[in-house]
Design a protein around this ligand. Structure first.
Ligand code: NOJ
Length: 520
C-alpha cells in the first residue's frame, strides 16, 4: 500500500474544461501546471486527470486511439512529463486514467483486428466466427469489417471490447482466459502502464475495472485475477504507485488488488440516498436535503457491509461528484453542500473533490451534448476562475469556440469572488481538508464506527478514532442524550471544527439547524 494514500485528498480534473492556455477553447496540460498552486491551496495533494490520450473523442477520450501519445489538443508527452515533475515539486501526485476494457475503433490494434487475413491482433478484440453470428447478452457490431465476424462492444459503438478471454465458455469463438492471445492483451495493458509509470505518473484511476473477462462469475474472480497479477507487477516494480478502481464493489475490488475503489452514485445505493434520492417523481428524500425527514439508516445499511468487508484491504473513495454524475448543485444549495462535504471529508478512505465543486459550480442542464457526454455534459463545463474575465478566465478563445459554453447565470460562482467571501463554500472545503490533514484519526486508516443513527431521527454521529463527528443536516434543532451514544464516553468535548451551533456536555448533545461538529 503506497503510504501517501493515507492522507491523500484527490482533485479530479476534466482536462477539457479546466484551464486553456493556448486559446483554442479546450483546456490543456500547461493550464493544469499553472493551477497546481491553486489545487495545493485547497489542501489536495493528488490529481486524477481524465483521459488525455490521442482519441477521436467520441466518448470524451475514453475512446483511446493511442495510449502512449498525449492528444495534441492537450499538449505533448513532454508536457505531461513536465506536469508530473512540477506536481512532484509541490508534493502532488498524479494519477492518469487507464482504460483497459476497450479502445477506440480507430486504434491501430482494432484496424488490424478487422483485416481479412489473421494477424497478431486477430484476437485482440472479441470476435464471433461469422458476420451473421451475433453475441447474446452483449452489444455487438456486424458487417463493418472485411473479416467474417461480429465484434463485441464494451460501451458506446465506438468502443470495441478488448479480449481478456471468457470464463464460462459456451461458444466456439470464445477464448479461455489463459489463451496466449488474451494473455497478450494483458501484457499490452501492463506495457502501457509501465510506459507512463516509467515517465513519472503515480498510478491510475481504472475505467470500468470490472469489465475485462466476459461471462465471469458473480464475484468476477477471473477479472480479479488479472488485477491481482497487475498489482503484483506494481508491488514489485512500482510500490509507490496507486490503483483506484471504477468498480463500486470494494469487497471485490480491494481484495483483488486495487488500493481504493470508488463509491459511485448508483440508483438506490448508499451514496445515492445521501445526495441524489430525487431522480424519480415525488419528494427528494436525500439525507442531506435540509427539508426532508430522512435518517442515515439507509446509507448505513449499504455502506457498513462495504466498509467492514473491505477495510482490511484498502480504501473506499467518497466523491463530491465526477464527470459522469450531475453536480450536487442540481438540487442542493451551499448550506447543504457545506454539511455534505464536511461529511465526505471526514469519512474513512481516500476522498475525491471534483473540479469546481469547491465553489459550487452549477450543473448546466441546458448545454448541448459534447463528445458523447449527453446529460453528463452539464457537469463538464469550463472552470470559473475569475468573475470579470472573458469566459470566467477559463480561456482567451471567443465564447463560441469553447468546448462547452460557460455557465450563463450572472451569479455563477467564481474562484476569485469565492476567495473574498469568508462564508463561501471554498473556505469550508479548505477548512475541513485542513482538519483532516491535521488529525490522523480523520484520514484513510482512522477507525470508523457509528455512535448514533436512529430510525426517523435526523442526526448522524460517528466516531473516527478518538474523535466524535456529529451531523444535523435538517432545519430543526436536535438533541441527543449522551446515554444514547455507543461507546463515546471518552469524548471530552473540545470542538475542533464546527458549522452552525453544536454543543456537548455530560448529558446531551444539542445540534442546531444544519450543523456539523467534530469533538476531541
Ligand atoms: C466510465 C467513464 O467514467 C465514462 O466517462 C466513460 O464514458 C465510460 N466509462 C466508458 O469508458
Amino acid at each position: 500500500m503506497p503510504a501517501w494514500l493515507k492522507n491523500a485528498v484527490f482533485y479530479e480534473i476534466y482536462p477539457q474544461s479546466f484551464n486553456d492556455t493556448n486559446k483554442d477553447g479546450i483546456g490543456d496540460i500547461q493550464g493544469i501546471i499553472d493551477k497546481l498552486d491553486y489545487v495545493k491551496s485547497l489542501g489536495c495533494n493528488a490529481l486524477w486527470i481524465n483521459p488525455i490520450y490521442d482519441s477521436p473523442f467520441k466518448d470524451a477520450g475514453y475512446d483511446v486511439r493511442d495510449y502512449k501519445k498525449v492528444a495534441p489538443r492537450y499538449g505533448t508527452n513532454e508536457d505531461l512529463v513536465r506536469l508530473f515533475e512540477e506536481a512532484h515539486k509541490k508534493e502532488i501526485k498524479v494519477l492518469l486514467d487507464l482504460v483497459p476494457g476497450h479502445t477506440s475503433e480507430e486504434h491501430e490494434w482494432f484496424k488490424k483486428s478487422c483485416e481479412y487475413e489473421p494477424n497478431e491482433y486477430y484476437n485482440r478484440y472479441i470476435w464471433t466466427n461469422g458476420a451473421f453470428c451475433g453475441i447474446g447478452g452483449h452489444p455487438y457490431i456486424g458487417g463493418e469489417a472485411e473479416r467474417d465476424g461480429c465484434y463485441m462492444l464494451n460501451f458506446f459503438k465506438c468502443q470495441p471490447a478488448l479480449n481478456y478471454g471468457v470464463l464460462n465458455i459456451t461458444e466456439p469463438w470464445q477464448l479461455p482466459v489463459d489463451h496466449p492471445d488474451v494473455l497478450a492483451t494483458r501484457e499490452a495493458l501492463k506495457d502501457i502502464m509501465r510506459f507512463w509509470l516509467d515517465k513519472g505518473c503515480d498510478g491510475f484511476r481504472v475505467d470500468m475495472a470490472d469489465s475485462l473477462v466476459k461471462e465471469d462469475d458473480e464475484v468476477k474472480s477471473a477479472t480479479g485475477a488479472i488485477w491481482t497479477d497487475i498489482r503484483g507487477m506494481m508491488d514489485k516494480d512500482y510500490p509507490d504507485a496507486a490503483l483506484v478502481s471504477e468498480w463500486c464493489n470494494p469487497q471485490c475490488a480491494l481484495k483483488y488488488g486495487f488500493h481504493a475503489d470508488f463509491y459511485l452514485d448508483h440508483h438506490g445505493n448508499g451514496l445515492n440516498v445521501l445526495f441524489r434520492d430525487n431522480e424519480t417523481e415525488g419528494p427528494d428524500n436525500s439525507y442531506f436535503n435540509k427539508n426532508c425527514d430522512e435518517d442515515p439508516k439507509r446509507f448505513l445499511a449499504d455502506y457498513l457491509p462495504r466498509y467492514e468487508g473491505s477495510k482490511d484491504y484498502g480504501y473506499i473513495s467518497f466523491i463530491t461528484c465526477n464527470h459522469d454524475t450531475p453536480r450536487l448543485t442540481k438540487t442542493m444549495d451551499e448550506s447543504e453542500l457545506k454539511i455534505a462535504y464536511s461529511f465526505i471529508f471526514t469519512m474513512p478512505g481516500v476522498p475525491f473533490l471534483y473540479y469546481g465543486d469547491e465553489i459550487g459550480m452549477k450543473y448546466l442542464d441546458y448545454v448541448k451534448t459534447k463528445e458523447g457526454g449527453f446529460q453528463r455534459t452539464g457537469s463538464r463545463s469550463p472552470m470559473q476562475w475569475e468573475k470579470n474575465a472573458a469566459n470566467y478566465g477559463f480561456s482567451g478563445a471567443d465564447a463560441d469556440k469553447l468546448y462547452i459554453p460557460v455557465d450563463k447565470d450572472e451569479n455563477a460562482p467564481c474562484v476569485d469572488t469565492a476567495e473574498e467571501n469568508p462564508d463561501s463554500l471554498i473556505h469550508t472545503v479548505r477548512n475541513i481538508i485542513a482538519i483532516r490533514k491535521e488529525y490522523e484519526d480523520l484520514q484513510a486508516d482512522g477507525s470508523f464506527s457509528v455512535a448514533y443513527a436512529k430510525e426517523g431521527k435526523r442526526p448522524f454521529i460517528y466516531k473516527r478514532g478518538d474523535l466524535l463527528v456529529a451531523v444535523n443536516p435538517g432545519l430543526k434543532e436536535e438533541t441527543v442524550d449522551r446515554s444514547e451514544l455507543e461507546n463515546a464516553d471518552f469524548i471530552k468535548g473540545n470542538l475542533i471544527y464546527g458549522i452552525g451551533s453544536a454543543d456537548i456536555d455530560d448529558q446531551r448533545i444539542v445540534l442546531g439547524p444544519q450543523s456539523f461538529a467534530i469533538w476531541e
